[in-house]
Write a protein of this length. Sequence first.
Length: 325
Amino acid sequence: MNSTDLEVLDAAQTWLQAGERVALVTVVATWGSAPRPVGSLLAVTENGRFVGSVSGGCIEQHLVARLDREFPDQPYVTVYGVTADEAQRFGLPCGGNLRLVVEPVREAASIAAVVDEIRQRRRVVRTLDLETGAATVTPAAGDAKFAFDERLLVNVHGPHWRLILIGAGHLARYLAQFGQMLGFSVFVSDPRPEYREQWSLEGVPLLDGMPDDAVLALGIDAFTAVVTTAHDPKVDDMALLEALKSDAFYVGALGSSRTSASRRTRLAMFDLTPAQIDRLHAPPGIPIGSHTPPEIALSIMAEVIAARNGKPTSAAASATNAAPA
């Protein structure tokens, strides 16, 4: 469900519509220090163009040359890095091994269906039958996950991860840049004219309206993180009241420990349960002794990524990670 799924599948769809033959390569198993997880995608045309990654750059060139020499008619399984010599040849780190499915895409329809669902922020399952070469697309159940049983390859594709920033100040710019690099679609909300006038970061739209209305209009789901940075309770708290009641996987609010304690007291006066307030990461971030805006942004995004990846995080990080009150 990484944002790269859309980039890879969108390119594959474009090439297929232009009449080119395209192979979709999927990581189905890894051993050792393989650089890309199962489900990772690479799209390759018969004339050598490619988008995506299955090894972080170690074997892509070999795969492209291989497909250029002999484009397959049927899906097949291939393995890289089985021996120490192969691991060294392909640059796989620490003896990592990769098992891949190479699929000649017969019809653009299954790719187009996945691309459309991702754009609509819906999760889908694409199932490839290696014996027949047929692929089907179905809605993803809540517990849907990647699977491969030697015949059926089941890959789950979903919406972009999103990052909503409240406050369009200096720190928000660094958070937005980190967010973009980490595969998030980033949005900023700030009703203050002086901040709106100076916001100009390509690919990061400034939402209209007050933060609570803007957040509700955009929609918050389980693939969304919300971080407030405005240092103004009238701005930050409005968004937090909605974010903490939502399915957002991460909600953080910038501020010192003292500021955060005051914020929790204020939030308790509204229609939030103690459990909802306890979801708040305030101060946000992991304790790396950060002080400058780039360091603080790095600390916060590290915690956001940990939450996205299902790793334990603290809702009360060290005050050294927060900007002064």
